[in-house]
Design a protein around this ligand. Structure first.
Ligand code: ZN
Length: 319
């Protein structure tokens, strides 16, 4: 479908992404300079304060289409519905395998951000430069918001990781008026001494652009940002999450960004730049593509998504 629907931050598709993708992957150092923020951070990307940010007319708080596995249901019924369907299902000795491990889940955006545009547009220090506190996120053409999606997947993921014995913390749980800001999102993971942090998003690119991608922190050392210690372990975390996500959901890596492996490195995301613990973002699909949207709005599919992310985290934490 076209992008004619209500847009939040990014009314533009990413017409040049395919062409740019290899440049981004191969020369991430130059990503910011090559692309410019406005070009890069178009639709719905994480911290995607693109040119259209601040538009907040879309119904961010809309709940997911009901299909029997609501966000909260995902913790109970949803989690059970997924049991037995994959190797990640908790059973036997695997249950406590993550005891002592701390995982921070960062559900991208906030369902109420659109009501606090002044606050979320406030610039915060991300080490390399200053950037908007947070953004509203994108939505499907039918109005299912990215913020609702990220929270739902986060709840399902939390349940799966807790079944494994992990200590799980969310950066937000729909329990605050907006945000948190991207710098605080990073600090929450740092303060928790998290063994792994995953920031959950869904993209807002053009119709026909499909698939998931995982975003790794690039090496930056500027101001309060120093990712040198986390680049390596984050790459491993991202590789595992990407592989398990693809297998669990049956979806392919992005056909519009990355080199076909669903892996992208960025240096312009405060949530990564300011992290001192292993951290990746995952863009689970493209909300603006109708085929991807059909998946993203399915509770059963979101359970698979959470399962895949969980299995990647488990593999990482087990070393
Ligand atoms: Zn996002």
């Amino acid at each position: 479908m076209s992008n004619a629907g209500p847009d939040f931050d990014s009314p533009h598709p990413r017409p040049s992404r395919k062409r740019r993708a290899s440049a981004v992957a191969l020369a991430v150092v130059a990503a910011g300079a090559l692309l410019g923020w406005g070009a890069y951070a178009t639709l719905g990307g994480p911290e995607d304060g693109g040119p259209g940010r601040g538009k907040s007319t879309a119904p961010s708080g809309r709940t997911a289409p009901s299909d029997g596995t609501s966000a909260n249901g995902g913790i109970g019924a949803g989690a059970h519905s997924g049991s037995g369907s994959g190797p990640g299902s908790a059973s036997g000795s695997a249950e406590a395998s993550l005891k002592g491990k701390v995982v921070v889940i960062d559900p991208g955006h906030n369902p109420a951000n659109h009501r606090h545009t002044a606050e979320i547009n406030r610039k915060v220090d991300i080490g390399t430069n200053r950037k908007e506190c947070d953004t509203t996120g994108t939505s499907t053409n039918s109005g299912y918001s990215e913020a609702a999606f990220t929270l739902d997947v986060a709840h399902r993921l939390r349940a799966l990781l807790q079944q494994r014995g992990a200590t799980v913390k969310l950066t937000q749980d729909g329990d605050r008026p907006y945000g948190p800001c991207v710098d605080e999102r990073a600090r929450i993971g740092n303060a928790a001494h998290a063994d792994a942090v995953v920031s959950i998003h869904a993209d807002g690119s053009g119709s026909g652009n499909r698939g998931y991608h995982v975003i790794l922190p690039g090496e930056v050392r500027s101001g309060g940002a120093d990712t040198r210690a986390i680049v390596g372990p984050s790459r491993e975390l991202g590789r595992l999450v990407s592989a398990d996500f693809g297998r669990a959901t049956g979806t392919a890596p992005s056909n519009y960004i990355g080199d076909g492996d669903g892996i992208v490195t960025r240096k312009d995301l405060g949530g990564l730049n300011l992290s001192t613990v292993p951290k990746v973002f995952i863009e689970c699909g493209n909300m603006r593509d109708t085929k991807d949207a059909a998946l993203l709005t399915s509770g059963a599919w979101r359970q698979k998504a959470a399962q895949g992310i969980s299995e990647g985290i488990v593999s990482f934490l087990r070393g």
